[in-house]
Structure formats: C-alpha cells, structure tokens
Design a protein around this ligand. Structure first.
Ligand code: NAI
Ligand code: MG
Length: 357
C-alpha cells in the first residue's frame, strides 16, 4: 500500500461470520481514524454457502480476478453443514486461498487473556504467551499416493509426506525471524525423529542450519507426543513453536484450547514474501448452533484485525486494539455470554472500539 491506504477484501462467509465481521470492521475503522491510515474495503458475496445455493459452487471461476490484488483478505467463517458438506465448503473456499496465494505460514497466538477462564489450573494472564507457526502447504498433507486393489483383500493405500528444502526453510526462517522480534527469542521445533526416521531427522537438520543465521535466538526441539503434554503442563516454556503441517495442525488447535474459549482466538494465513495477499480470520467456524442470535463473541474477528494490521505495518494500531480487547474482556458487563458476560456481539464490538480512543 502507498500512503497507508490499505485495500482490504472483506469476506464474511456464513453463520456468525456475518455477525462478527461488522464488529471487526468497526474496530478497524476506528483504529484507522485514530492512527491516521485508511481502509478501502471491497466486500465479496462468495466463499459462502448462500453463494453455493445460487451458483452450485462456492466461488466464481474468476474469483482471483474479482479479488484482484488487495493488501490483505479479512475473512469471517465458512460452512453450513445442513446445506453444503463441510469438505465442499472448505475446499471450495479457504483452502483455495491458502494454496493459490501460497500462504505458507499458518500463525496463531496462544495467549491467556483477562476474563477468559483458563482450563489449566493456576495460570494467570501473562503466564502463557507464545505463537504457533504451522507449515501450511506441504508435508504430511500431500496429494502423492494412491490406492490399489480397492475392495479386495489386497487393498493397499499409500500417502507420502513431501517435505522440500524450499518449503521447510521458508517456514523455519519465518519462525526464527518472529522469535528475533520477541523478548525471549526462543524457537521450539516439533519433531518425531525417533519414529518418523527419514523426514523428521532431516527437518531437525534444517532447523540446525537455519539456527546458524540467528545467533541471538535460542532453540530446542521436542518430539510431538511429549510436546503436546508440555503445552498442557508447562505452557510458560514456549515463545515461538514451529511445526510441520500435521503437527502444526494439532498444536494450533491445542494451544488456543489451553487458553480458553474458541471465540477469542485469531489466525493468519500468511504469505511472508508478499507475492500474494495474506488472509486473517478467527479460528472458530460459523457456529450454526448460535448463528442469527447476535450473541457470538466478536473478539476472534477483532484480534484477527489486529494481526492483519501488524502484517500491514501498523504495529501501533495493532497493539492498541489488543489493549482495548484486554480492557473489555476484563469487564463482565462488556464481554459475551460464552465468557459468562452480559453483552451481545454488537455491544462487545462497540465497547472495544470505544476503548481504543
Ligand atoms: P465452530 O467453531 O463453528 O463451533 C464450535 C462451538 O463453539 C459451537 O458450540 C459454537 O457455538 C461455539 N463458538 C464458536 N465460535 C464462537 C464465538 N465466536 N462465540 C461464541 N461461541 C462460539 O465449529 P463447528 O461447529 O465444528 O463447525 C461449524 C461450521 O463451521 C462447519 O461448517 C465447519 O466446517 C465450519 N468451520 C469453519 C472454519 C473456518 O471458517 N475457518 C473453522 C472451523 C469450522
Ligand atoms: Mg485444525
């Protein structure tokens, strides 16, 4: 973007995505006016199940041309399992973006916030504060493999893990770069080199190679099985955790779960090379069970806005949004029902926008 005017593609999606998105936009606009930048929004009506009902597909064939080349994509949630099977809604939308835009980092914060009851006993806000960096394009989620002799006693199925030096090094570099910006400057790598004895020892080697470029950043590694236990037992140990696609998938759900409700967690699908737009969205889905009631927690969407601003270089505004979120979450009258609060979606969103000033 030039002159701090950011083109944002806004895609609310389904269910509560349509309810939390206006609150994300409200806070973004307030932050823009306070911090002296502008947001140029283009709303898209595709990548949702209403679009599917009309057109028989989740997105138009020329979706890429329609989206153009925005500075970022701000996404709500997709999925409406009563009318469209989840694998169709997901593969037809979000996974297209991740792949076509080469969003090779999936980034999620694991941070204990005030007002959010921690399922881990005895932890206070400030105790848990780290990032999970997941490789988002290759690894265990490959299309290499196949099935032979289906339906017979000789039935055999093979799916290969594919790790490339290009794909591994770039996600490791991202993790070390991120750690270098933090106080603790520590990277933890998820491995399984004892059991997966070809790819994971190689992953470990790439970590050691990458670490040489970052003398100020310390690093260690854990096997994935004990690492999941450490997330629960000693979450204060971590600063930046980097993992392959499958391990990262697990850790990036486990981490936020260790810090409370799904309604507050954000995520970024990031193309750090900026050859294509990155996408920011709450971790939660479309929540059909509460959709239409106006009671969804908007914090996940709003925190995603803060991550997006950070990515765009508006670090001060991003930090201010996070302070406003913490202020509001600390007050039962202003947080939503999933956090035993009294506010609805709009009241909570407005409170965060007001706390910014
Ligand atoms: P979900 O995240 O939509 O809901 C799980 C539970 O958490 C529900 O009880 C819901 O009411 C609650 N919840 C979620 N977000 C909340 C919020 N902001 N405030 C208060 N409560 C909240 O996951 P579920 O039910 O498995 O999936 C529903 C649909 O969403 C499916 O179609 C699924 O494919 C899709 N989905 C989409 C995602 C995305 O867009 N990235 C991620 C996860 C699921
Ligand atoms: Mg997952």
């Amino acid at each position: 973007a030039t002159n701090r005017n950011y083109a944002i593609s806004v895609i609310p999606g389904d269910g509560i995505g349509k309810e939390v998105m206006p609150e994300g936009i409200r806070v973004l606009e307030r932050a823009a006016s306070l911090y002296g930048f502008t947001i140029e929004q283009t709303w898209q009506d595709f990548a949702c199940c209403d679009y599917y009902a009309k057109h028989g597909q989740m997105m138009p064939d020329d979706w890429k041309a329609q989206i153009g080349n925005p500075d970022a994509i701000f996404f709500g949630a997709v999925g409406w399992p009563d009318t469209v099977p989840d694998h169709i809604s997901l593969w037809g939308s979000l996974l297209q973006f991740r792949r076509e835009y080469d969003q090779y980092v999936n980034l999620r914060p694991v941070r204990l916030m005030p007002g959010v009851p921690c399922p881990l006993v005895g932890r206070e806000p400030g105790d848990i504060d780290f990032w999970v960096v997941r490789e988002n394009t290759e690894g265990e989620y490959s299309s290499v493999g196949g099935k032979m002799f289906p339906g017979t006693p000789r039935e055999v199925v093979i799916q290969e893990t594919v790790m490339t030096r290009h794909g591994t090094d770039r996600v490791l570099r991202y993790a070390f770069e991120l750690a270098a910006t933090r106080d603790r400057k520590h990277v933890t790598s998820a491995t399984k080199s004892n059991g997966i004895a070809i790819t994971m020892p190689w992953w470990d080697e790439r970590v050691e190679e990458m670490a040489k470029n970052y003398p100020t950043v310390t690093h260690d590694k854990y096997h994935i099985d004990i690492l999941t236990a450490q997330f629960v037992l000693n979450p204060d140990r971590f600063d930046v955790v980097v993992a392959s696609n499958l391990f990262g998938d697990i850790l990036s759900d486990l981490g936020p779960a260790c810090t409370g409700t799904i309604g507050v967690a954000p995520s970024g699908n990031i193309n750090p090379d900026r050859t294509a737009p990155s996408l920011f969205e709450p971790v939660h889905g479309s929540a059909p069970d509460i959709a239409g009631k106006g009671i969804a927690n908007p914090v996940g969407q709003i925190w995603s806005a803060a991550m997006m601003l950070e990515h765009l270089g508006e670090a001060d505004a991003a930090a201010a949004i996070m302070r406003a979120v913490e202020t509001v979450l600390a007050q039962p009258g202003l947080r939503t029902g999933d956090l035993k609060g009294k506010a609805n979606t709009e009241q909570c969103g407005k409170a965060i926008a007001d706390a910014l000033a």
